[in-house]
Design a protein around this ligand. Structure first.
Ligand code: FCB
Length: 436
């Protein structure tokens, strides 16, 4: 069965940050520091999904999706990132999972979507190898409770973005600007992934995936310098996270004058077989020779395409290119692929008639077509999840970027399905799906 779903993440929608024993996450801390998030927005309330999840489940049911990707907030389960679980936290996700199952919707939880317990960050966060062990313990605790009902699990969401934005540049929590010294964060997340796979399997979990943010890398020209820079960027953004998982080896990072510090056995742990690769796609990246800022590339931006409200270029065929490129690069080592996020922010306007987000419809239509083309070209794609069900807290942009199929009025929490929601509902109801 091809999975059609929407995706969300705990800190972006739940709110209720101090309820039922939830601990503090790095995003609570970061968002409350002045100047970190646009206009000082925080996820304190967000979409209040913690209290309104039944209404949101109704929106999913009416939409007609057969899967829902959400994330579990580690600080709800282990408020300090270790030890005995908080029963209220587990209870919340258990009710959600049971509600989804009763509605015929496959729950696809992600165990880590960037909201590390602050207590672990205080001990070094993902710079500390022990965080990988803690993550595995947490995965085991959740799986012990839910593995009998959850058929598909995702360990990490976009470890590249968490490393680069959170620890490299400091524009996401935990706000550390270590540049290339952030590299251990890659290895420790990947090790955490591998150890979590073991914990999930031991608890009898069904399918296990990792979700990587992937981008087709376009060299700005055919010059040797631009080609080398593009290869260096590709190694950092894509291969650093796909190669160890799928091939059991790290790419060549010598362009960065660095290498990953690996202990015996780590790569075997990291490359344990998976049931699928989750891929998040938003846009391609155009790369030219370095400009002297210390990095071996410069990101010169993709031009000549329409852009989203975020300014991201809209290139649907980039998704086909990405998927077929993965197949070419990894061959039989590539497991089935699930597009676990794809979508766009638009300058949506709520009128008495609703939200007429034609640009989002065109975006989704184009990208779903791209998935179908990739399938025709032989890539085993088995799912597509729209980012996102609801307008939500878009990290450093706060509530300024709206990605939802459903408009949220953050003052009243009123949900209004947009034209794109009705369009997708009709499309799904029409059975207009790639063959399963
Ligand atoms: C991805 C994140 C997701 C959301 C989208 C727009 O990088 O995984 O939480 O913010 O971008």
């Amino acid at each position: 069965m091809f999975l059609w779903g929407t995706a969300t993440a705990a800190y972006q929608i739940e709110g209720a940050v101090a309820e039922d024993g939830r601990g503090v996450s790095i995003w609570d801390t970061f968002a409350h520091e002045p100047g970190r998030v646009r206009d000082g927005h925080t996820g304190d309330v967000a979409c209040d999904h913690y209290h309104r999840w039944r209404e949101d489940l109704g929106l999913l049911t009416d939409l007609g999706v057969n899967a829902y990707r959400f994330s579990i907030a580690w600080p709800r389960i282990q408020p300090d990132g270790a030890g005995a679980p908080n029963p209220a936290g587990l209870g919340f996700y258990e009710r959600l999972v049971d509600g989804l199952l009763a509605a015929g919707i496959t729950p696809v939880p992600t165990l880590f979507h960037w909201d590390l317990p602050q207590a672990l960050e205080d001990r070094g966060g993902w710079l500390d190898r022990d965080t990988a062990e803690r993550f595995s313990e947490y995965a085991g605790v959740v799986a012990e409770r839910l593995a009998d009902r959850v058929p598909m699990w995702i360990t990490l969401n976009e470890p590249f973005v968490h490393m680069a934005f959170g620890y490299g540049m400091g524009v996401h929590a935990p706000g550390r600007a270590l540049l290339l010294d952030a590299l251990p964060v890659a290895h420790h997340q990947l090790l955490g992934h591998g150890l979590a796979v073991q914990a999930l399997r031991a608890a009898g979990a069904g399918q296990v995936l990792i979700t990587n943010n992937c981008t087709p890398v376009w060299p700005a020209s055919d010059s040797e310098e631009d080609l080398a820079a593009a290869a260096a960027y590709d190694a950092l953004h894509n291969r650093l996270f796909n190669d160890p998982v799928l091939l059991g080896s790290y790419p060549d990072l010598s362009a960065y004058g660095t290498e990953v510090e690996v202990r015996d056995g780590d790569l075997a742990t990291i490359s344990a077989p998976l049931d699928g690769l989750g891929v998040n796609y938003y846009n391609p990246t155009r790369i030219a020779a370095p400009t002297g800022d210390g990095l071996p590339f410069s990101d010169v931006g993709v031009t000549g395409y329409p852009t989203t409200a975020f300014g991201w270029p809209v290139v649907p065929d980039g998704l086909r290119e990405l998927l077929t490129g993965l197949r070419q690069r990894y061959g039989t080592a590539l497991p089935p692929v699930y597009v676990t996020e794809n979508g766009c922010s638009q300058p949506d306007e709520l009128t008495p008639a609703g939200v007429d987000d034609q640009a989002r419809i065109a975006y989704l239509d184009g990208h779903i077509d791209a998935v179908e083309r990739a399938r025709r070209e032989g890539v085993d794609v088995r799912g597509y999840f729209v980012w996102s069900l609801l307008d939500n807290f878009e990290w450093a942009e706060g509530y300024h970027q709206r990605f939802g199929l459903v408009h949220v009025d953050f003052a009243t929490q009123r949900r209004t399905p947009k034209a794109s929601y009705h369009w997708l509902r009709r499309r799904l109801a029409g059975g207009d799906r790639p063959p399963s």
